[in-house]
Design a protein around this ligand. Structure first.
Ligand code: TMP
Length: 233
């Protein structure tokens, strides 16, 4: 686990497929670089060599009939590897870790969408992930229908441009995503200190501004982060 004295900052992004997370993470990363704030960006599932292989298995529509508990266990296998290889070392080195999805996604998608419930997810998180909690979670919540339309369009593009197929979740029907959405709302209501909800239907610039405001408010004075950046450069 990360050393307390030099612990970095753990920031996660959450939201439905097509919520604009990728764009916002790119914008935030550019801003962090401009401010000379030391950071690493990663994503789940994926972000390590093993995790990328697990991601292919999980997201490819050819992985049909995965049992919900298999899916759940694979999400945690991926996460354990990411914590071990990327997240813990970066936090211990005093960096800001920006992670595209974390255990809230498992609670929303497997707990809510697949109807496994929150309890098993939170228990596995305690057992497998040492109950590692983000310092801040940005939850982007655009209108459900618009968000799904964007996600389905995006996957059509991905298939035609590089032959890849990451559409297993996006092929789910609307009631699945309604349950995911509801579970996200439940998590935000349960942990209002950690989870900042941003209306994903605002313009990209306005969402970006709100993301920066939330991050800057939690990071504290920038000079201490910038000093770390200089020593690690
Ligand atoms: P993304 O990388 O485009 O966000 O897609 C990842 C997909 O995997 C997305 O549909 C959400 C899903 N997912 C889960 O179902 N459970 C999880 O724990 C994580 C991290 C992702």
């Amino acid at each position: 686990m990360a050393a307390e004295s030099k612990r970095g900052f753990f920031l996660t992004f959450e939201g439905l497929d097509g919520s604009g997370k990728t764009t916002q993470i790119k914008r935030l990363t550019a801003w962090l670089a401009e401010q000379e704030l030391p950071h690493v960006t990663t994503r789940q599932p994926g972000g390590t060599a093993t995790g990328d292989r697990i991601r292919n298995l999980l997201l490819d529509s050819k992985s049909a009939h995965l049992a919900p508990h298999t899916e759940l266990a694979m999400m945690f296998a991926d996460r354990a590897q990411a914590i071990h290889e990327v997240i813990d070392p970066a936090l211990a080195a005093g960096q800001i870790v920006v992670c595209d999805r974390f255990t809230d996604s498992t609670e929303a998608y497997q707990g809510g969408g697949r109807e496994l419930g929150s309890e098993i997810v939170l228990e596995l998180h305690r057992l497998i992930c040492g109950n590692l909690q983000p310092d801040l979670t940005i939850l982007l919540l655009p209108d459900l229908t618009a968000s799904l339309k964007r996600a389905r369009k995006r996957n059509t593009r991905e298939k035609t441009s590089n032959g890849g197929d990451e559409s297993r979740f996006e092929n789910e029907q609307n009631p699945f995503f309604e349950r995911v959405y509801e579970k996200y709302l439940e998590i935000a209501a349960r942990e209002p200190e950690r989870v900042v909800v941003i209306d994903g239907d605002l313009s990209i610039d306005r969402v970006h501004q709100q993301v920066i405001n939330a991050v800057a408010a939690r990071l504290g004075p920038f000079d201490q982060w910038q000093a770390r950046h200089k020593t690690s450069a």
